[in-house]
Design a protein around this ligand. Structure first.
Ligand code: NDP
Length: 448
């Protein structure tokens, strides 16, 4: 889809020139600009205040060397990033991704998306993201610890409980957050809520581990309900088998669905009897093994090498929970052809623009990532509140608040879409609702 609004089209050209070699970032900005066309028409004051120009330029970009020593005594060097994208409505907030594919363009796309996602939660959090091209896979605990300590030795100069509060993402789970928190505390000599996703013994929030996957299902259930459907009795395919995928599987199953497939970056499993989640948790959370091991315990299930084939499995609802651009046009067409009527995103930007076009062309329900997966950062926001109060809320309390937040997020997406003339397009609704709150704050704070 091309931009019709000349002001936004010209600005997108500038963004492309200024951020060459960063296709994921350009993709994220293009999607948001397409959704914001009616806003640009209706709100010339925001153009006058330079809000569009300013929101696509990170406030600060930090890139640093991360040297560490492996188990053989060999020095290794990775590259660390923290993009402090926008602090109009609160301290920068967003996860740290540890994956070999990480480079500036990935962190910028994630940081940009995070601005709108955090705004949608209604909590006071700005947008940021960070990470490194370090791969925790296959590394010993000692190696991961030395990397995390080195990473935090530099990062600690830039973050703080009222400045920038990182969290987990791909490759950064409880173990990594623990090592980073320990190093921050040691260097700064202070015990503060500087990271979220912490262990429960040192300030973590109950239900944070479950939050993104559960939140995805709460959002999706709202979207389904608004369209006369529900998870009950539906067949669901979920990609990935990490934090988001595991807890999405758990909640979708609790809501009455049957999840029949999961994957990792090597391949996918199909179990038509429904996924044995206790086994997946043991393999992935405890033993850190590959998903193919599943068929050793369940020989009636099938393992297929290569992960994109997962979208050929017939299903009613697809929940991509692995990584960006994992559903392309062809996969989207296959999903539609096989009767899938709803795609809701646990991962960030898992659908290519062409795939999204296919969803709309086939009248599928589409829950966009920045709304559907906002539960993780929402509970991170609740963790920050608990840390400030020096209190710990119960699981039920946090889970109840999460459910309400996800319901409200769906409502804002739905209402904004209606108000701006694109009813049922929750992607446009999410972008518009998320943008407007930040834009008003940026305008009120002047040209900063
Ligand atoms: P994890 O590291 O826990 O799990 C990631 C899963 O995705 C793993 O199964 C991994 O397989 C798979 N995966 C990663 N890269 C690829 C790839 N290129 N192709 C196929 N599979 C891949 O991460 P999370 O579950 O935390 O994150 C998953 C997604 O959800 C990401 O897009 C993340 O940004 C997003 N997200 C996460 C939040 C959170 O709270 N954790 C919050 C909001 C969004 P393998 O082990 O083989 O690498």
């Amino acid at each position: 889809m091309a931009l019709k609004n000349k002001y936004l089209a010209d600005l997108l050209e500038t963004v492309k020139k200024r951020n060459q070699g960063e296709p994921e970032f350009i993709q994220a900005v293009t999607e948001v600009f397409i959704s914001l066309e009616p806003v640009a028409e209706k709100r010339p004051d925001l153009i006058e205040a330079g809000v569009f120009e300013r929101i696509v330029e990170p406030e600060r970009q930090i890139i640093f060397r991360v040297p560490w020593v492996d188990d053989n005594g060999v020095t290794r060097v990775n590259r660390g990033f923290r993009i402090e994208f926008n602090s109009a409505i609160g301290p920068y907030k967003g996860g740290l991704r540890l994956h070999p594919s990480v480079y500036l363009g990935i962190i910028k796309f994630l940081g940009f998306e995070q601005i709108f996602k955090n705004s949608l939660t209604t909590l006071p959090m700005g947008g940021g993201k960070g990470g490194s091209d370090f791969d925790p896979k296959g590394k010993s605990d000692g190696e991961v610890m030395r990397f995390c300590q080195s990473f935090m030795t530099e990062l600690c100069k830039h973050i703080g409980p009222n400045t920038d509060v990182p969290a987990g993402d791909i490759g950064t789970g409880g173990r990594e957050i623990g090592y980073m928190f320990g190093q921050y505390k040691r260097l700064r000599n202070e015990f503060t809520g500087v990271l979220t996703g912490k262990g429960l013994t040192f300030g973590g929030s109950l239900a944070r581990t479950e939050a993104t996957g559960y939140g995805l299902c709460y959002y999706t259930e709202e979207m389904l309900k608004a369209n006369g459907k529900s998870f009950k009795g539906q067949t669901v395919v979920i990609s990935g088998s990490g934090n988001v995928a595991i807890y999405a599987t758990q909640k979708a199953t609790e809501l009455g669905a049957k999840v029949v497939a999961l994957s990792d970056s090597n391949g996918y499993i199909y179990d038509e009897n429904g996924i044995d989640l206790a086994l997946v948790k043991q393999l992935k959370e405890v033993e850190r093994k590959r998903i193919k091991e599943y068929v050793n315990v369940h020989p009636e299930a099938k393992y297929t090498e290569g992960c994109s084939g997962i979208w050929t499995i017939p299903c009613d609802i697809a929940l991509p929970c692995a990584t960006q651009n994992e559903i392309d046009e062809q996969s989207a067409k296959t999903l539609a052809k096989n009767g899938c009527y709803a795609v809701s995103e646990g991962a960030n930007m898992p659908s290519t623009p062409e795939a999204i076009d296919v969803y709309f062309a086939n009248n599928m329900l589409y829950g966009p990532a920045k709304a559907a997966n906002a539960g993780g950062v929402a509970v991170s926001g609740l963790e920050m509140s608990q840390n400030s109060e020096r209190l710990a809320w119960t699981f039920e309390d946090v889970d109840g608040r999460l459910k309400n937040i996800m319901k409200e997020i769906f409502k804002s997406c739905d209402e904004a879409a209606k108000e701006y003339g694109c009813e049922g397009n929750y992607m446009a609704g999410a972008n518009i609702a998320g943008f407007l709150k930040v834009a008003e704050a940026m305008k009120a704070q002047g040209c900063v």
